[in-house]
Design a protein around this ligand. Structure first.
Ligand SMILES: [Ca+2]
Ligand SMILES: [Ca+2]
Ligand SMILES: [Ca+2]
Length: 115
């Protein structure tokens, strides 16, 4: 059974992923997520897209995201929640951990892809 805190964290994760997906849709990048045009986004496709997104967001190419670099997609609270070790920067691992948890939360039937 999920605790209330776990449920709230899941809700936050979904919000962040949804915001990123919306951003991608807005920029006409949905084809980039569904790389093989199967009509579904697989875990691999999602991971590849988010890895690419990390590279684009990391404006100064220092390997981590500052709050300023994520200002368009993360609120201060979302940034703090993603910054697992609390060092004020979101590393690639921290982002990937979060978005892949988000993927799992969104994959309600557990088949490893999002329709
Ligand atoms: Ca696909
Ligand atoms: Ca950076
Ligand atoms: Ca961090």
């Amino acid at each position: 059974m999920k605790s209330i805190i776990a449920t709230m964290v899941s809700a936050l994760l979904v919000c962040t992923g949804a915001a990123m997906a919306q951003e991608a849709m807005y920029k006409g990048q949905q084809d980039h997520i569904d790389a093989d045009k199967s009509g579904e986004v697989s875990r691999q496709e999602y991971q590849a897209f988010m890895t690419n997104a990390f590279g684009k967001l990391d404006a100064d190419k220092n390997g981590s995201l500052s709050q300023a670099e994520t200002a368009n997609i993360l609120t201060a609270d979302q940034f703090a929640a993603t910054d697992a070790n609390g060092d004020g920067r979101v590393s690639k691992d921290e982002l990937m951990n979060r978005v892949m948890q988000d993927f799992s939360a969104a994959d309600k039937n557990g088949d490893g892809s999002l329709q």
